[in-house]
Design a protein around this ligand. Structure first.
Ligand code: NAI
Length: 302
């Protein structure tokens, strides 16, 4: 079995002062990676800031003879994103790996969702992914190598009551990944997505304690390490991970129905009559990019 090794590699892990990001950072460092441990050190809802979370993880890595530096920037600002990438370049000369992991929660049912709770969750998760990834991506493009792991959530992929802001942001990250997989391809930048289920302060009050204890973040990290390794040749793949279970989620397109010769406009009644065929996912497939859907009705364009 080929060894997954990160010697000589430099990684940025955002939100690495706790939970999943802490575990990713420690395991990367154990395998020779130099790590920028970014964490704003705020509360679960995004309030406040402190250096202690990132500093503590850097101390843990150094105690294991690993190499790490702390960064305390807010991922949700352009200056913060640039500062995080600058920390990597100043300390270690480059950036090969970016794990976008920082996150907060502001759960409310949609009818009660205030603008502020919508905006801050979008800012940390989706804007944060933009602010940090852009300078990292440009660096990776120029050096001709990069691995990016985005962190989404089943709340966005499948839906979860009370998490409209979070779900929308987490699906935005999937859309961003769909484009980065294309724009990074010729520069050997692979971007993949993890959808974890794990015990952390974000999930401590949403699961029964006996289940919470079993869902160790340790189970997520091996998948993240594979996704950000040189060995991983996938790009744009979404992986669910929890307690040793790993699976792929994809957006699939069914074969559909052709209800026109390309000139005649179908009626709503024809849509109604063909609903089962239009919505069938039998023989559904993932599409690699937008243009591929044209292939399914190419004969109508001639
Ligand atoms: P966590 O709360 O333990 O860790 C998140 C870290 O991000 C915290 O240390 C926090 O200080 C940091 N952070 C928050 N806002 C930041 C900002 N603006 N800039 C820099 N750092 C910031 O939570 P956990 O569970 O480890 O979450 C990690 C990621 O995984 C998040 O993106 C979360 O949405 C995602 N996720 C977690 C799931 C789970 O089951 N734990 C499920 C699905 C997704």
């Amino acid at each position: 079995m080929a060894q997954i090794d990160f010697s000589g590699r430099v990684a940025i892990v955002t939100g690495a002062g706790a939970g999943l990001g802490r575990m990713h950072s420690i395991e990367l460092a154990k395998r020779g990676c130099k790590v920028v441990v970014n964490d704003l050190g705020g509360a679960r809802d995004g309030g406040g800031a402190s250096h202690s979370a990132a500093d503590h993880v850097v101390d843990e890595i150094k105690a294991l003879d690993g190499q790490a530096v702390a960064n305390y920037d807010n991922v949700a600002t352009v200056a913060g994103g640039e500062g995080i990438v600058k920390t990597a370049v100043d300390a270690f000369g480059k950036v090969d790996i970016l794990i976008n992991n920082a996150g907060i929660l502001r759960d409310k049912s949609f009818g009660k969702m205030e603008e502020e709770n919508w905006d801050i969750v979008m800012a940390v998760h989706l804007r944060g992914a933009f602010c940090v990834t852009k300078p990292a991506f440009n660096f990776m493009r120029d050096q001709g190598y990069g691995r990016i792991v985005m962190t989404t959530s089943g709340a966005g992929l499948f839906g979860n009551f009370g998490q409209a802001n979070y779900a929308a942001a987490k699906m935005g990250i999937v859309g961003l990944t769909n484009v980065l997989k294309l724009e990074g391809a010729k520069h050997n930048i692979k971007t993949n997505v993890i959808a974890p289920i794990a015990a952390s302060r974000l999930t401590e009050d949403v699961m029964p304690p006996q289940i919470f204890e079993k869902l160790k973040p340790d189970f997520i990290t091996p998948m993240v390490l594979y996704l950000c390794s040189e060995a991983c040749q996938d790009s744009g793949t979404i992986i669910n991970a929890a307690i040793g279970y790993y699976s792929r989620t994809a957006i699939l397109t069914g074969p559909g129905a052709i209800l026109s010769d390309g000139v005649k406009i179908p009626t709503p009644e024809e849509i109604q009559d063909n609903w089962a065929k239009i919505t069938s996912l039998e023989k559904a497939k993932p599409l690699g990019q937008l243009n591929e859907i044209f292939g399914d009705f190419a004969n109508l364009l001639q």
